[in-house]
Write a protein that binds this ligand. Structure first.
Ligand SMILES: Cc1ncc(COP(=O)(O)O)c(C=O)c1O
Length: 359
């Protein structure tokens, strides 16, 4: 039996709430979605939430709500899921990439400053990769110097905090994903959160055909809406999120304790930041061999991400200087850290890597 890399768990309570929604007949958008938006916004300590069909749609709508489009440039990290930069391109804007800090795998503020000034960027989209917040103070200073907005890509970081403040409250607008591997899920789903009335209004319209009233459409928009069944699952998952996060953090602490003397580099949690370990990501210079060994020992593992975004065929032709991101993409490897990982599983993961070192 293999310890899976992800294991979403849907409780009986969530199933019962989905059934109640199904029975209500309000199965597309509806009051259940409004409640989830309010509860998730509260959790992020912001005013508004706009639920979406997925995290990519949330990012796309957030950028549109800021008026980002053709002729604009948005700065982001090269080490992320491709959807981060795709969302920028969907608006007609161009993504530009600044290198990462190899300790945190997140956008390096110095590199971001250089690239932002060189390209005269119109927005910054930091990604809290693996559940660790980006060094936001310097990014906030940069954005305020340049008078441009920050769109947090918090798809992997529900519940993470920076100086005690939750991700989702650290920029002008933030976007989450509820894909099944995430720290909380709705099957497919996403959420935009913001304190800004103008972003809330524009994003709410954009995800709903640009609708202002029943059949009144103020602008071009999409159907990016969340279903009420997804919202029903999300509300129960949100209640369980603090417990999910604590278990992930406990699993991560034990893994780090057991792996410090081994050949792999363990993840860091800088002072003042709360990592929520969406992924527990180690670094190794013999990744292929270690993956084979872990596969043979029933330890699920995966690479997030085997290439930087600019190295993807879909980004062919983009010139980027990001040697640290490119090097990380060749060496990172994620191990099971989700709440279903037991103490025995943790020990087995640690022993398997110790065993690999002695082979
Ligand atoms: C960093 C990041 N951004 C954006 C997304 C897109 O979210 P979704 O898959 O829900 O569209 C994801 C998730 O897969 C992600 O990990």
């Amino acid at each position: 039996m293999t310890i899976p890399i992800a294991n979403p768990t849907i409780s009986e309570k969530a199933k019962a709430r989905v059934e109640a929604v199904l029975d209500s007949g309000m199965i597309a958008d509806g009051p259940e979605v409004r409640k989830f938006e309010d509860e998730f916004a509260d959790y992020c300590e912001v005013e508004y939430g706009v639920a979406t069909a997925n995290g990519t749609a949330a990012l796309h709508a957030a950028l549109e709500a800021l008026g980002i489009g053709e002729g604009d440039t948005v700065l982001t990290t090269p080490l992320s899921f491709v959807a981060t930069a795709n969302a920028i391109r969907f608006t007609g804007a161009k993504p530009v990439f600044a290198d990462i800090n190899p300790e945190t795998y997140n956008l390096d503020p110095d590199a971001a400053t250089t690239v932002a000034r060189k390209h005269d960027v119109d927005a910054i989209m930091p990604v809290h990769l693996y559940g660790l917040p980006v060094a936001m103070n310097p990014i906030q200073d940069l954005a305020s110097d340049l008078d441009i907005p920050i769109v947090e890509d918090a798809a992997q970081a529900h519940g993470a905090t920076y100086g005690g403040d939750p991700v989702g409250s650290l920029g002008d607008v933030a976007c989450f994903s509820f894909y099944p591997t995430k720290n909380m899920t709705t099957g497919e789903g996403g959420m935009i959160v913001t304190n800004r009335d103008d972003i809330f209004e524009a994003a709410s319209q954009f995800v709903n055909h640009g609708r202002t009233e029943s059949y009144e459409h103020a602008m071009l928009g999409h159907n990016f809406r969340m279903t009420s069944m997804a919202a029903a699952i999300g509300r129960v998952q949100l209640d369980r999120l603090p417990e999910f996060i604590e278990t992930r953090r406990e699993n991560a602490a034990k893994l780090t304790e057991g792996l410090t003397e081994t050949s792999v580099a363990t993840p860091t949690e800088p002072d003042g930041l709360k990592h929520v370990y969406h992924q527990y990501t180690i670094r190794t210079d013999s990744r292929d061999e270690l993956q084979d060994h872990l596969d043979d020992h029933g330890v699920g593992n995966n690479v997030y991400y085997p290439k930087c975004i600019h190295e993807q065929p879909a980004y062919d032709g983009i010139k980027v200087t990001a040697p640290k991101g490119e090097a990380a993409a060749m060496e990172v490897l994620s191990l099971p850290v989700h709440p279903s990982v037991s103490a025995d599983d943790r020990n087995w993961i640690i022993e398997s890597i110790q065993d690999y070192d002695t082979e």
